[in-house]
Design a protein around this ligand. Structure first.
Ligand SMILES: [Zn+2]
Length: 138
């Protein structure tokens, strides 16, 4: 498979690895938002969040915290963003699931995405209802 991140897992392409276990690796993003920006990826190939099995997701959660704390300490970051781009509309560029751990500093200029739209209270209520209807058992 012609996948950049599978090649990193296989050791065919070098990366600055910061963590490895039997199911995941983490390495530094080559185009960091701030220095120390790391990516956590499953060793097995999944496109993104949507096709990752739930048991793997439950192992990823604690690992996100572990890496985020290590990045925060190492970079003396004042905050950490966790990012996950799923599908092109959300800015996904590499189609091998990856979670961004992004160190943040006050005034670093990285734009926040909150507050770009202003749904009415009726729209909020309909959205909440529609999302609850679509919750999947997994
Ligand atoms: Zn892959």
């Amino acid at each position: 498979m012609d996948c950049l991140f599978c090649k990193i897992v296989a050791g065919e392409i070098p990366a600055h690895k910061v963590y490895e276990d039997d199911k995941f690796i983490a390495f530094l993003d080559i185009k960091p938002v701030n220095p120390g920006h790391a990516l956590i990826i499953p060793k097995a190939h999944y496109r993104n969040l949507f096709d990752m099995p739930s048991d793997l997701m439950s192992e990823l959660g604690p690992l996100i915290k572990k890496i985020a704390l290590a990045v925060k300490e190492a970079t003396k970051a004042e905050g950490i963003n966790i990012g996950w781009n799923n599908e092109p509309a959300a800015g996904q560029l590499i189609y091998h699931s990856h979670t961004h751990i992004m160190p943040r500093f006050v005034g670093d200029g990285f734009e926040h995405w909150h507050g770009k739209t202003e749904p009415t209270s009726e729209e909020f209520a309909k959205l909440a209802t529609d999302i609850k209807k679509n919750l999947l058992e997994s």
